[in-house]
Design a protein. Sequence first.
Length: 107
Amino acid sequence: MKYYKFQGRNQEKLRVGKIICLARTYKKHAEEMKADITKKPLLFLKPTSSIIFNKESVIIPSMSKKVHHEVELGVIIGKKGKNIRKQNSIDHILGYSLGLDITARDI
């Protein structure tokens, strides 16, 4: 099980739950990948095993010759909710993280 580790907050740990990702939110990149551009963002899930933290290693498959990377902004939701009003959405955000989305495009 993976946990977010917060510094300066009594080393608080929070279990990583669902990782919900948005696809094709950057029009230019979608065009480069020859992907259809949709009006609504596409959602997909990533497993918690895809997370690594500071000082852990990225393992690139030896059979891949086409590895792409993107910098991503992660929003950590710390409070459950449903049908949340836009003006109240900030109340559910616990924090933010910086991430790398690394994909072996040829596998």
